[in-house]
Design a binder for this molecule. Sequence first.
Ligand code: NDP
Length: 248
Amino acid sequence: MKKIMLVTGASRGIGAETAVLAAKAGFDVCVNYLQNEDAAIEVVKAIEAEDQRAIAVQANIAVESEVMKLFETVDNRFGRLTALVNNAGILEQQSDFEDISLQRLKRVFDTNLGGSFLCAREAVMRMSHKHGGPGGTIVNLSSRAAVLGSAHEYVDYAASKGAIDSMTIGLANEVGNQGIRVNAVRPGLIYTEMHASCGEPARVDRMKSGVPMKRGGLPIEVAKAILWLSTEDSAYTNGSFIDVSGGR
Ligand code: NDP
């Protein structure tokens, strides 16, 4: 059976590395993105260079109707999904807790938790033995922020990732007997463009002295953990978390 993966937020960063690594492991890949079409097309080309099929699909995972269309596109172009990587996530400007507005809290939760929740639900509908599916894997991108709390930076983001951890445990327990394994990866300080959106592009270099390994991580180092959880190599791993954080 052909392995088919959807990676949300795969136009750059950890998602892009995961999409290309998945192609090397024999997956056809749907590259979801929000607005950066050119970058998504480059990822598609890299996947095709590995002789796998790829499509770039624009969809805002925070919007239910767009998630439905995203999954229908995968159904129509590739067939039944076998692996979901809930990677897309956002954070906002660094700020103290008391300056976080309800609107901001909702934006962060709608994407990070709501989007992952909706995508996981649609994946379960397609993968579950209960619905005639072949089984599959779901990997959620959490963060070490879920454990550390991100004081004075973005407690809203950390809390959304804490919720991802709870969702991972609950869903893993619920669908473990339906052929679906659900796990999470918690990256630490990784060199991607994400830190620019919090107002500090060089954040990893400023904070790396606090990492026991004294360096930031590379997106590919996270992608390898995601891929392991998405293949039979991790066949007995369910409801688990891999910290890819250099020990911090
Ligand atoms: P980037 O900011 O580099 O990339 C974000 C990706 O998500 C882009 O492809 C972007 O698309 C897409 N995206 C953003 N919002 C949406 C949306 N609403 N719908 C669909 N796609 C969306 O992120 P990273 O690679 O750094 O992070 C990936 C994941 O890892 C995130 O969940 C993040 O929270 C987590 N993580 C990252 C860490 C780090 O240090 N980098 C540390 C801990 C966790 P487009 O290009 O079109 O804008």
